[in-house]
Design a protein around this ligand. Sequence first.
Ligand SMILES: [Zn+2]
Length: 293
Amino acid sequence: MSGLSNNRTLQILRKAEDEKYGILAQVVYDAGQALAFVRAMEAKRSPGILQMFPVTVQQLGGSFLKYCVDIAHSASVPISVHLDHATDDAALQFVLGLADQGIKFDSIMVDASHADTDEENIAIAVPYIKRCNDHGIATEVELGRLEGGEAGLREITGAMLTDPSKAEAFMKATGADILAPSIGNLHGSYKFVAGGPNFRQEILKDLQSRFAGRTPYVCLHGTDEISDDLFRECVRNGVTKVNVNSWLRDPYVDALATGLKTKIMPEAIDDALNAFQKEGERFCDLLGSTNKG
Ligand SMILES: [Zn+2]
C-alpha cells in the first residue's frame, strides 16, 4: 500500500471504518448531479465519494473528470472521485491515459468478476492495479460475481457468492484496497427476487472479523430498492463504501422532466439539483456520516 498513504478514498474509508459509519458513494451521470452531490455533502458536513461508470467519462471526456475532481477536492469536506465497474480494456486504457496527463480518479474499481475463476480474475486485474498504484490511485475488486445491470452497466447473469475464506489470498494476490463481495446483492431491481433482497449478513460479519483494522474496506453494490434497515444492518456489519445510484438519480430526472413542462430550463435544473441534494442529505443521516467531514 506504499504510495497510497495519502490516497483520498482510502483516508475517507479508514475514518469511516474506525468510527463505524457508511460513506455515500454516489453515481453521477452529468455535471449537475456532480455539483448537487458536493452540495449535499457540504450541507451535512459529511465525507463522500463521487463516482461514475466508465461510459460517462468516455462520453463526457477528461474535462468532465477534471471538473468532478476540481469540485470534489476543493469542497469544504473530504470528497474523493471513484470510477465504478471498469470492466474492459478500452475503458481502463482510456482512464489510465487521462491519468498519464494528470487527470485522475482517486480510486478505480478494476472489475474482472466476469472471469470464470478467481485465478483468472486476479490475472486480468493485477496489471491494471499496478498501473493505478503507480499513479497513486487506489483500487477496488470484486470477489464472486453480482448479477443484474444498471443504466450504463452491462447485464450480468450467473451470480457467485463470495467465500470469505478466499478473501485474504485474493486481496493479497490482487494488491487491491477495497473489496466488493457478492452477498446476494444484485444490480438493478429486486422485484423479481422472491421475498425481496436476501443478503447473507454472515459473509459481511465474517469479512469484518477477518479484516478489522486493516484493508480491505468493504463496498456494498446493488442498493436499489433496499430498505433503510438493510442499509443500516450492512453498515453495522462492516460496510463502509455504500454504492448508490437510482435513489438520487431518479428524483433528479423526475424533477427535471416535470419542471421542463412548465418552467424555463434554469429553473427546472434548480429543481433537479435540489431533489438530488435533498436525497443525498437523507443518505448522510441514514449512513451516519453527517458531521463526520
Ligand atoms: Zn456495482
